[in-house]
Design a protein around this ligand. Structure first.
Ligand SMILES: Cc1cc2nc3c(=O)[nH]c(=O)nc-3n(C[C@H](O)[C@H](O)[C@H](O)COP(=O)(O)O)c2cc1C
Ligand SMILES: C=C(O[C@@H]1CC(C(=O)O)=C[C@@H](OP(=O)(O)O)[C@H]1O)C(=O)O
Length: 393
């Protein structure tokens, strides 16, 4: 299973082509649009999100609501495109280039964004050619691909949910999720302006975002994703590139502005003895093998243990600042302080939705590497057989 995305932030549309989804899977447009809507939300987003109304168009691979087994093409229109047709058109501009067009060329790279290094790498002297694709606008269709993966996993009783645990140094009470089902966690996160399960912390996070915005600054945070229902043995201890935890880390780090990943107790493990890190093994006839605790976050030896996967990622503060840092103009080589038109002050809530979907995709992909899956029933039977085998082992 794989997918490719295409599209520029202010171009006409974003596209993804997904290959390898088993046939006979019911695909819900409503669920796809709900995922897109959640990604657009969360306190701290800038004006762009008021322009866009992300809606999915399924243009191949699905017939009468079911996957065919052929590539699925999903598209989302950029409503902002109408304001950018001249600047972002695919026709050569040279002929009719006006003073205004030349002025619109971007020669001032933002510290922390892809502008400067992308320009050097592809020899783009108009840095717009870099920012258009490095923009997290692309996560729209990554979420769409992840929504299809979530719909597949749901058929196997595997549920993935993402939410915020930290924004700007304010930490949510992380013990809450343990007592809730995936749906209850999702409902509670959706009730919060910052997709956080802790009501009190949510309020403080909103205040912190507003304060950062007022100061012309930006703040980052931490998101957590939980996967429940995964049978034991998904992933591999045999090959480095099939290790589930390595794949989860890759997925998390592939999100724009994500700079660190941890599973379970994560970096805290450095401060604890083994007796307070490893999870004792238990057995019961009804549940099979379980762990008394889940401090390792659901993997051992690069494979799922059957306990919930708990993976967190840290998002750095947004690089585009209203209170700008110093940078160097690539044409004049002079130091400048950038002025900007619009940007998000904090996109950690939106990023928790992105994280949920990229993790869902990765889990589905590793699952399909593990079990045969030409059609949904075949996959369902293989997963069920693994659950029984694990219990009877
Ligand atoms: C949902 C989301 C929204 C973002 N919004 C902005 C934004 O408005 N302005 C900005 O400068 N960066 C924004 N970013 C971060 C940049 O896309 C990111 O920093 C950039 O692509 C450079 O990549 P790197 O930070 O991984 O090095 C956003 C990221 C995410 C995940
Ligand atoms: C468009 C989205 O996010 C964008 C991500 C982004 C960036 O640099 O990553 C910069 C901003 O773009 P613009 O300059 O057009 O306002 C965000 O709005 C989106 O999430 O759909």
């Amino acid at each position: 299973m794989r997918y490719l995305t295409a599209g520029e932030s202010h171009g006409p549309q974003l596209t993804t082509i997904i290959e390898g989804i088993p046939s006979q899977l019911s695909i819900s447009t409503e669920k796809l649009n709900d995922s897109l809507r959640r990604r657009q939300g969360g306190h701290g987003r800038g004006r762009r999100m008021q322009i866009e109304k992300d809606l999915i168009a399924i243009t191949s691979g699905v017939r009468h609501g079911k996957s065919l087994g052929s590539p699925i093409c999903l598209q989302v229109t950029n409503d902002d495109w109408t304001h950018w047709t001249h600047i972002m058109g695919s026709e050569p501009l040279e002929e009719g280039m006006t003073e205004e067009d030349i002025k619109r060329k971007i020669s001032r790279p933002r510290p922390g964004h892809a502008d400067l290094v992308g320009g050097i790498k592809y020899q783009h002297r108009d840095l717009r050619n870099v920012l258009e694709r490095s923009s997290a606008r692309e996560t729209t269709v990554r979420v769409a691909a992840g929504s299809i993966a979530k719909q597949l996993l749901e058929q196997l009783d595997i549920h993935v949910v993402g939410y915020v645990t930290t924004i700007g140094g304010i930490h949510a009470d992380r013990s809450i999720p343990e007592i809730l089902t995936a749906q209850e966690i999702a409902d509670r996160a959706n009730d919060s302006a910052v997709y956080c399960l802790d009501e009190e912390a949510s309020g403080e996070m909103v205040t912190a975002i507003d304060a950062a915005k007022k100061a012309g600054d930006t703040i980052g945070g931490v998101v957590e994703v939980r996967v429940t229902g995964l049978p034991p043995g998904v992933g591999s201890y045999v090959h480095y590139d099939r290790k589930l935890d390595a794949r989860l880390a890759f997925a998390m780090m592939s999100i724009n502005a994500f700079k660190g990943v941890e599973l379970g107790l994560g970096f805290e493990m450095a401060n604890l003895p083994g007796s307070q890190v490893h999870d004792q093994i238990r057995y019961s006839e009804s549940e099979g093998y379980t762990r008394e605790t889940n401090r390792l976050g659901g993997t051992e030896g690069g494979m799922s243990t059957g306990m919930p996967i708990v993976v967190r990622g840290v998002m750095k503060p947004i690089p585009t600042l209203y209170k700008p840092l110093e940078s160097v103009d690539i044409e004049t080589k002079e130091v400048f302080k950038a002025s900007i038109e619009r940007s998000d002050a904090c996109a950690v809530p939106a990023a928790s939705v992105v994280a949920e979907h990229v993790i869902a995709w990765e889990v589905a992909q590793v699952l399909l590497d593990t079990f045969p899956a030409d059609h949904l029933q075949q996959l369902k039977e293989s997963v069920e057989a693994r659950r029984t085998e694990a219990k009877e082992f």
